[in-house]
Design a protein around this ligand. Sequence first.
Ligand SMILES: Cc1cc2nc3c(=O)[nH]c(=O)nc-3n(C[C@H](O)[C@H](O)[C@H](O)COP(=O)(O)OP(=O)(O)OC[C@H]3O[C@@H](n4cnc5c(N)ncnc54)[C@H](O)[C@@H]3O)c2cc1C
Length: 299
Amino acid sequence: MYDAIVIGAGPAGLQAALTLGRMHRSTLLLDSGQYRNGTVLHMHNVVANDGTPPAEFRATARTQLAEYADIGIRDVGAQTVTPTDAGFTVLLADGETAETRHVILATGVADDLPPVPGLQELWGVKAFSCPFCDGHEHAGRSIAILGPAPRAEHLIGLLGRIVSDIIVFPVEQAFSPEEAQTLEGLGARVSAEIVTAVAPDADGVRISTESGEQSVAGVFVASGSLRHRAPFADQLGLHLLSSGSIEIDDFGRTSLPGVFAAGDLAHRASLPGPMASVLLAAAAGQLAAVGVIQSLMAP
Ligand SMILES: Cc1cc2nc3c(=O)[nH]c(=O)nc-3n(C[C@H](O)[C@H](O)[C@H](O)COP(=O)(O)OP(=O)(O)OC[C@H]3O[C@@H](n4cnc5c(N)ncnc54)[C@H](O)[C@@H]3O)c2cc1C
């Protein structure tokens, strides 16, 4: 019987395991190898790791975790989490089961991109969504934003002072005259035609529309949606917020005692949505681990 099984080994799960291991709490860390920033070559806005490849960040963390006798790591997915009298049974993809007193869900989210041919291949390399993570790398260059209008307005507000030129392309449906006017009023150029494809070119990205092509240094995606990577919130009937994320309290507790959550799949009700970043995921992982330790120490 483990004190905790941490499902997910991105920044949230890695940090949760580190905190538990340092406090000599028996911990199993599970990883199915599907990271949100899995295609990203260099992460940014991570102090002391600005520009570090995420794969290197994870490898360093794994090497450091291996020093702690109480942490076991397995590269296997979890399939189900079932409450028991003593805690939880976790069924692994290889058919084995593991028993635990607590579970920390750190399985993250996946990005469902708009249906633009070529976009998936550029994701994390030349196509992004987070100005804090990837805006500065486009300083003084031209970028494209792929609609829709409200989110595009937000991206223009954040990126306008960094890049030299922004052209906004509608996806699937053209902008209304009012939307185009608003976007132009913010200083962007607006394409009347929807984007039909994107592809890498020598210096950035080639954007195609019905009548032609143009090149930009990079693309920011204003549409798309987030999906839970794993089914455990549904399986366990956890309370979700209107954002679709798992509701947690300050110490990562979910609505089900013994189940904690950390990282991109969860946030407190006081926030509008998940504050998706490497450092905030790691911080949430540490808080959840502290929550588990509090629970283990409770009389
Ligand atoms: C294109 C892109 C670029 C980004 N760039 C930056 C950046 O520069 N700086 C920054 O701070 N943030 C960046 N982010 C955001 C950052 O990647 C996330 O905020 C962060 O990875 C969230 O960490 P997490 O631990 O919650 O989830 P993840 O990193 O997604 O990790 C999820 C973990 O859960 C595991 N998992 C999932 N399901 C199962 C299962 N059933 N069983 C076992 N394991 C499972 C996965 O294998 C993985 O180990 C970027 C995001 C994207 C999409």
